[in-house]
Design a protein around this ligand. Sequence first.
Ligand code: NAD
Length: 284
Amino acid sequence: MARTLSAKPVVARMTADSLARASELSREGRQPTLAIIRVGENPDGLSYERGAAKRCAASGVAVESIALPADCSQGDVMDAIARVNADPSVHGCLLLRPLPAGLDEDAACSALDPSKDVDGITSGSLLGVLTGGGGGFPPCTAEACLRILDHYGIGVAGKHVVVVGRSLVVGKPVSMMLQARDATVTMCHSRTRNLPGLCRSADILVVAAGCMRMIGPDCVCSGQVVVDVGINWDDAAGKLAGDVDFDAVEPLVDAITPVPGGVGAVTTAVLVAHVVQAAGRITP
Ligand code: NAD
């Protein structure tokens, strides 16, 4: 039976650290504050906003919600971002995506002040991930994968890590961050040949493909650590499921993250930690 790499203790420790630092900063007159910009009423966006607000409250971080109607103009979105950029009391901004059809998401992301980009959506932050420098932050989900490995004492240096998925939100940044820590990374995608064979060759398998239970027993072997980033709604079962077939894979591997209660839960704790860090970077 595999070790379950649960988010619970990771989030508990991160929340305690954020709360301690946020309290310190508040005493110095720098109350860490996150602005959340939401356009429309997308249920996934609303649920993520609720989760982030709850984690902020537990961590001593204030939240300013900016809700725009689904039929707002590009100008309305740009104005909201400009207000956040200009407001010295706001240290980080979460722009909930995807934006409704017709709005230019790239333009909106690029308009955000990189120093307030706590979710790694600007090209400045992504360049920082690539070069190891810069003023922004890595995408929270990519960092959450590493935080889980760190918490459970799973080193990556010298290991072969196979990452399934190459999105800018997860696959690419997590691959870069793993390489920066001396892992040997193979990045796979929808056109990769012999995916099961490559996955079996991994010491650590990170899956972020958005295909429910696509990683089955044929893709794993004993001794592996599996990090499942996928969040899919299983209509038939009426519950969330990952990109990994947990029940079939768990008996075969050494350690595995659950869904829910794995990477997703740590992602909001990383977001909050970034807001606290951003507030700490400001000179009082
Ligand atoms: P995406 O659709 O942007 O990218 C998916 C990637 O997977 C692509 O690079 C594609 O080439 C690859 N892929 C798709 N099908 C594949 C296949 N059959 N074989 C190999 N590669 C394949 O998705 P994303 O935004 O990176 O999200 C991936 C998953 O992670 C989704 O389930 C999403 O819900 C989840 N996610 C979770 C969090 C979190 O906080 N835990 C955050 C973001 C995304």
